[in-house]
Design a protein around this ligand. Sequence first.
Ligand code: HEC
Length: 194
Amino acid sequence: MSLSTMKSSLFLALVLTATTASAVDFKSQIAPIFRNKCYACHSVTKKVKGKLALDDDKLSEQIGAGKNIVPGEGAKSTMYVNCTLPNDDGDVMPPEGKNRLTDAELATLKSWIDEGASLTGGGAAPAAAPAAAMPAAGGVLKWTNTEGKTIEAEFMGLEGDSVLLKIPSTGVTHILALSKLSAESQAQAKAAKK
Ligand code: HEC
């Protein structure tokens, strides 16, 4: 992400401190991703490969400890992890690098799982709140970029050389290169990583 994009998408959006954090909504944000990118092979209306159906009414079978979606644990959920693998990895989903999820879709998918993988709309399931999984996520932290601008956002995880920061006011998670952050903020991201 270029610095100018970061400025517009993050720093401008965020000037303002948030009041309510909105959770990812399954029906409007997650189901369409599965429909567009996974149903060809994972829907009872088409094919069910790997015994995995992602239809709205089948998905609950995939959610739980030890299953493909572990509520509160996006980074450990195969539903997310397999979508982040390199194109040539045998487990990458969708296979062979075709119709990959965009960075934004990946971030949304991870946030949804981190927030508890609720199938009933925007509310995070309180019991599965990711607090335990994310020591730093107890609240909103301050982040400073290399230009000295500061924003407030919730740490959602590290992905390679990037940090996922959720803007409370919009509920949107952004992916920022660590190299665009100040040394202190980089250290904060690394310390927050579980
Ligand atoms: C072109 C067909 C195809 C598409 C599209 C596809 N998959 Fe798969 N998927 C498979 C096959 C085949 C397997 C079984 C692989 C195996 O068992 O070795 C599988 C297995 C999986 C598994 C592991 C299931 C398990 O219990 O081991 C996950 C998770 C998964 N897919 C997620 C997804 C997601 C999420 C998408 C959409 C972003 C997707 N897949 C799109 C073909 C596909």
